[in-house]
Design a binder for this molecule. Structure first.
Ligand code: FAD
Length: 291
């Protein structure tokens, strides 16, 4: 099923994300985590794509397994910047052959110091989206950044390029993680003003350790609000307490988003079924609310 058809329903949808193992040795562990996450009956599970890495073939394999064997809809991420156009076309053809209907189309991060020959590649996500549209009837998701993309100095440009990307055939957007919902509400206002009308799923990252917070900040450039920093100061050295507080913080963010009329939420569950499960437990009655 196409994810966009789910997102249009008048009900709450929660989705999760898993990432493939870095080495083949980790495959079984990832599959075990994925199976546990699937048992929480999310609207769909997304499977990330290691930008240009040797394990990216596992994305298609895992997404196909989720759909066929676990009976949960899946979306395969696909990045383009560190592959040739021919390589990208092959991946899309393979996804089609496997019956994958949903692709999250991304540029991917450019590895520090990388020099790619310029001619034979897609340089931005919008070009990849045009290519996917040519190759088949996929539902296409793309990324957006409530705090602005780290490489872009001006938020206005970010929204201008986002509009260009969406106009190439994006069905829905998923946001980068953020920890202050007001930033998201403000972003929604600005993109709607710019004429971007597709559904936008807030991406919620449960932060359960100080190390994870540091990594997230480096990756996304996100600003952590004072309220979150106080939690980290107080509980950062007690792993179990920090885990509980991180789950509560993410739950609180989700409840606020739902209370403000957002129906679809994506959780960066990071192959941690116990965290996904704790959040779903906290939302057990809330997700039953229709409309
Ligand atoms: P783009 O939309 O191409 O934008 C990249 C930059 O270029 C932005 O600064 C944008 O403003 C600018 N830009 C866009 N179009 C133009 C133009 N025409 N001219 C000039 N500048 C332009 N990474 C992975 O490696 N694997 C994953 O699985 C993965 N999943 C992700 C899922 C989500 C929901 C999100 C939010 C991010 C994910 N990422 C993933 C990270 C992502 O690949 C990086 O953030 C990457 O730097 C940007 O990708 P993009 O698709 O947003 O790029």
């Amino acid at each position: 099923m196409k994810i966009i058809d789910k997102l249009r329903e008048e009900r709450i949808h929660i989705s999760f994300e898993v990432f493939p193992p870095k080495t083949e040795a980790g495959f079984d562990k990832v599959m075990e985590a994925t199976e546990k996450i699937a048992r929480l009956t999310p609207a769909y599970i997304s499977v990330t794509y290691g930008a240009g890495g040797g394990t990216s073939k596992n994305t298609a394999k895992i997404a196909s397994y989720i759909k066929r064997e676990l009976n949960v809809e899946s979306i395969a991420h696909l990045t383009c910047v560190s592959s040739t156009k021919e390589e990208v076309r092959k991946v899309i053809a393979n996804l089609k052959e496997l019956g994958i209907e949903n692709i999250l189309a991304l540029r991917g991060d450019i590895p520090a110091g990388a020099q790619f020959p310029s001619g034979d590649r897609f340089h931005y996500a919008y070009e990849l989206i045009q290519e996917i549209r040519k190759q088949g009837d996929f539902c296409i998701g793309a990324a957006c950044y409530p705090e602005g993309h780290v490489e872009n100095e001006h938020k206005v440009d970010d929204i201008k390029y986002l509009k260009q990307k969406v106009d190439c055939g994006v069905d829905f957007l998923t946001t980068q993680m953020f920890f202050d919902n007001d930033i998201h509400y403000n972003f929604l206002y600005r993109i709607r003003e710019a004429g971007i009308t597709v559904p936008v799923l807030p991406g919620i990252m449960p932060i359960t350790s100080a190390a994870q917070m540091k990594r997230s900040q480096e990756l996304s450039g996100t600003v952590f609000p004072r309220r979150f920093l106080a939690i980290l100061d107080r509980f950062g050295d007690s792993p179990e307490a920090m885990k509980q507080a991180g789950i509560a913080y993410a739950t609180d963010q989700i409840i606020d988003l739902l209370a403000n009329g957002i129906r679809n939420i994506h959780i960066y569950s990071m192959n941690k079924p116990e965290i996904a499960s704790a959040i779903m437990q906290n939302l057990s009655e809330i997700v039953k609310c229709q409309g």
